[in-house]
Ligand binder design. Structure first.
Ligand code: GDP
Ligand code: IMO
Ligand code: MG
Length: 422
């Protein structure tokens, strides 16, 4: 009865949605445990493409999906997403939402935008979905949780307590309790039947030896503690976030699968040691369709960075990785891999903690010849071109973790499994 977690192992957008969907055929329940609609997870099958932000990518399996207590949920965005799925004839009747998850309200979005504005050229480049400000309220103990939100009286009472505090902090806010309440109580009515103590549901699944799949959002370099702080998100995207964000114990996690791009991308500001610009970067961006699912921003492009993935392996205790978007590198004549950094002339093998050091690190790169053969239809490791095999072997060696799956295209069928995880 394994519990498997799918972990973004770089700066997000590694293909977590694709792999979660793929693995969900063997999972009895799929759980998101952190983040909110800052995520954009893409799933493709039967010539259809879906983009999910809040609903776990296991929704297409027909099994229950859980939005865990560690998430921050914008009710309006959730209902829009449910409508989008229903319009595509996808059944959403098995969505469960934790009564402890925090609710994103309009003032959180406004505060997100204000903070970004006041940071000026030091802005984080957030998705402006109110994620950080909602987590701030959670930890300041002035958040409103789903359990309160779906109880009209409690919701109004809590809003009347909290909104004046936020307005004192941000006098620019132009919201009234009545205004928010009248609009959002309608959303709460629709959401109410989905809200429960989801930790009990997971405990029962565990007792009954069911397969549980946890779906991370963002990536470990955006982790609030171990990411490139302060240019991070406000949660724990790695396996380290599962226990607190799903209400389960560590014994429920048997496998942690790092989702890793065959190169690196980042959206938003902050250090990016292997970043490249110019022709190769532009080609990778176009071939890999590297534009944000949520904000449509062009993603920054860089070489594969083993220091980053090693940090993810340590933080999440990765038991394997799924190497994604390998096909995008076809045709790149010479590939570089970052094996370490230098900081002020000294070789280092882990990310330093301060942004000023991060801005100064230089990647130590080694090069390998690329391949030109089309690999989008391969169905086994053996069919890969020799140089591609060497690239995979070198990555495994550097990150000290086996490649258990790899991906050669966006479609569900373009997934090659080397070792079953369920
Ligand atoms: P997530 O946030 O980790 O779920 O990743 P995104 O969905 O934001 O970004 C990954 C993008 O790569 C999506 O457009 C996927 O459809 C696409 N994708 C996933 N795997 C592959 C692959 O192996 N090859 C190609 N070409 N695209 C892929
Ligand atoms: P998925 O799940 C890539 C980035 C933002 C910004 C920083 C903080 O699709 O991989 P936030 O709105 O969270 O306060 O923004 O984090 N970011 C992501 N980058 N993929 C994501 O999600 C991201 N979610 C947030 O661009 O740099
Ligand atoms: Mg994404």
């Amino acid at each position: 009865m394994p519990g498997v977690v799918v972990v973004g192992s770089q700066w997000g957008d590694e293909g977590k949605g694709k792999i979660t969907d793929y693995l969900s055929s063997k999972a009895d329940v799929v759980v998101r445990y952190q983040g909110g609609n800052n995520a954009g997870h893409t799933i493709e099958f039967n010539n259809q493409k879906y983009a999910l932000r809040l609903v776990p990518s296991g929704i297409f399996s027909g099994n229950p999906v859980v939005l865990g207590n560690g998430m921050v949920i914008n009710p309006k965005a959730l209902l829009e997403e449910i409508k989008y799925l229903n319009d595509a004839n996808i059944n959403t009747s098995k969505i469960l939402i934790s009564d402890r998850a925090h609710v994103i309200l309009p003032y959180h979005l406004e505060i997100d935008a204000l903070q970004e504005k006041y940071r000026g050229d030091k802005n984080i480049g957030t998705t402006k979905k109110g994620i950080g400000p909602t987590y701030v309220d959670k930890y300041a103990r002035i958040g409103i949780r789903m359990g309160e939100f779906v109880n009209e009286e409690l919701f109004k009472e809590r809003l009347a307590e909290v909104l004046p505090l936020k307005k004192r902090e941000y006098p620019e806010l132009d919201f009234s309790v009545e205004g928010i309440f009248e609009e959002y109580k309608e959303y709460a009515k629709i959401i109410k039947p989905m809200v429960c103590d989801t930790a009990l549901v997971l405990d029962e699944a565990f007792e009954n030896k069911k397969n549980i799949l946890f779906e991370g959002a963002q990536g470990t370099m955006l982790d609030i503690d171990y990411g490139t702080y302060p240019y991070v998100t406000s949660s724990h995207p790695g396996a380290n976030g599962v226990c607190e964000g799903a209400g389960v114990g560590p014994v429920m996690i048997d496998e942690a699968i790092g989702i890793v791009k065959a190169y690196t991308t980042r959206v938003g500001s902050g250090a990016f040691p292997t970043e490249i610009e110019g022709e190769i970067a532009n080609t990778i961006r176009e071939v890999g369709r590297e534009y944000g699912t949520v904000t449509k921003r062009p993603r920054r492009i860089g070489w594969f960075d083993a220091v980053v993935v090693n940090q993810s392996r340590r933080m999440s205790g990765l038991t394997g990785i799924s190497l994604m978007l390998l096909d995008v590198l076809t045709g790149v004549e010479e590939l570089s891999i970052c094996t370490a950094y230098t900081l002020d002339g000294k070789v280092i093998h882990a990310l330093p903690s301060t942004i000023s050091e991060l801005d100064r690190v230089q990647p130590v790169l080694e090069t390998m010849p690329g391949w030109s053969e089309d690999i989008t239809t391969v169905t086994s490791f053996a069919e890969l071109p020799e140089n591609c095999k060497k690239y995979l072997h070198r990555i495994e060696e550097l990150i000290k973790c086996p490649i258990v799956m790899f991906s050669v295209g966006p479609d569900r069928t373009q997934t090659i499994v080397l070792k079953e995880v369920f």
